[in-house]
Design a protein around this ligand. Structure first.
Ligand code: MG
Ligand code: MG
Length: 263
């Protein structure tokens, strides 16, 4: 059967890495501004200006009609929150998802931040969601499958009683922001698509503190948990190369800003 997965050359991967680096630096600029009292639209403005100043284009703006450069998802918003005039408040958690298009390739990844002082419960949700992403990355090897990745994420977070959102998943990435294959955050070992050298994709666990059930708001974007409990979201971009799995994205710049406040 015709396989629609687009494999990338080493040169392609270098370009994707460059786009990815700009995402990392943009997230760090946004991280500097995350504090109680800041409107979401201000964070979006920082990101858009920073991306355009670096001769790139925000991938999300205009994608399927999405009106902004960042997806900003606060508390019970899982993903795809539209930046508006809402002010961040002490105790919120916010997923910042950013995409850039540069040199013909997309970078796309996300980080969940604490706003001011957050609850112990929410710290754990953030910490474990990030850990689940790294477990997913460990499972992402040529010769394994997308099911191996999903299984690694799911097994870990469900152990804490968290929910894994099923309706949305990670994805291949390259000249298009969303390519094949889908990378679900749940699954069974050895099931799903075979992972091969040359594949580049995003792994992005969306983990809920309560029910995994979600709904979409009338704006046709904002995804919320049905029970109103918070969700966290982390995303990295990986490439399967002849030297093994390479993480193209980096939290280095973001975590430099966070300093002692890394969760
Ligand atoms: Mg993505
Ligand atoms: Mg993303």
């Amino acid at each position: 059967m015709f396989n629609k997965i687009k494999l990338k050359s080493e040169a392609d991967i270098e370009l994707i890495k460059e786009s990815s680096l700009l995402v990392g630096k943009t997230l760090a600029e946004v991280a500097k501004a995350i504090m109680p009292g800041v409107p979401l639209l201000y964070l979006d403005k920082i990101a858009e200006e920073f991306i355009r100043d670096h001769k790139a284009v925000p991938s999300f703006k205009g994608y399927g009609g999405f009106p902004a450069s960042l997806c900003l998802s606060v508390n019970d918003v899982v993903v795809h929150g539209i930046p508006n005039n809402t002010l961040l408040k002490d105790g919120d958690i916010i997923s910042v998802d950013c995409g850039v298009y540069k040199n013909g390739f997309h970078g796309d990844y996300a980080y969940t931040f604490a706003v001011g002082e957050i609850s112990e419960e929410n710290k754990l949700l953030i910490k474990r969601t990030k850990e689940s992403l790294y477990l997913g990355i460990e499972a992402a090897q040529a010769g394994k499958t997308t099911g191996d990745i999903g299984f690694a994420v799911q097994r870990y977070v469900e152990h804490f009683g968290y929910g894994v959102v099923r309706e949305l998943c990670g994805h291949g990435i390259g000249k298009a922001m969303h390519e094949k294959p889908d990378i679900p955050n749940y699954g069974l070992p050895r099931k799903g698509d075979l992972l091969r050298e040359g594949m580049v994709f995003c792994i992005e666990p969306m983990i809920t503190q309560g029910t995994r059930k979600i709904y979409m708001e009338k704006d046709n974007w904002t995804i919320r948990t049905q029970d109103g409990k918070p969700a966290a979201h982390f995303e990295h971009q990986v490439a399967l190369t002849k030297n093994g799995t390479e993480v193209l994205s980096t939290y280095e710049f973001v975590e430099e800003v966070l300093g002692n406040n890394i969760i």
